[in-house]
Design a protein around this ligand. Sequence first.
Ligand code: C5J
Length: 222
Amino acid sequence: MAKIKAEPFAFPVRHDQLALIVIDMQRDFAEPGGFGASLGNDVSRITRIVPDVKRLIQGFRNAGLPVIHTMECHKPDLSDLPPAKRDRGSPILRIGDEGPMGRILISGEPGTAILPELAPAEGEVIIEKPGKGAFYNTELSEVLQQRGIKQLVFAGVTTEVCVQTTMREANDRGYQCLLAEEATESYFPEFKAATIAMIRAQGAIVGWTAHVDDILESITNA
Ligand code: C5J
């Protein structure tokens, strides 16, 4: 069995069952005027990982392996946005409000789009998700089952919110999950570090973590 160098121990990879899932690399989380900034966050932390996410995506494409993209967003009529989510906290702009990049986190708006450098290629699956986890109220389970995918490499933002939630959902559904350390980021460095530690603690209780170079070496030599 092929292995990817990982923590807390090598990841037993099956290249024929492997996909990359890129979580929420959207303008609304990475650019001034978006949702992340409206919550008071330093969004420049997010754009810094773009080159690592990009080379991971390119590596999967070059190896002919699936790349799945997710976007956190809601229907224009807000019917999939619980008031408990919309009304939480005191952001400058709430989900659905008109901002400099269009309505915040609404499907089809310019700010909701994936960053142009990481734009999905023709034929790649894009999952629009109303929750933090990508399995909740989406077609992700069916997409993975139809393609025989049983192992997921994770990239994207934010590490402790949508990435971790989706990893936990996937782990509970029987998927083996590997987080690409340089290709994920949080607005809070301490939350990223804590998430990496808790994912791989207790014998990979949620999953594995690995460096982008080690993942790329494995899929390049597949
Ligand atoms: C957040 C996400 N942080 N994509 N969304 O609200 O992690």
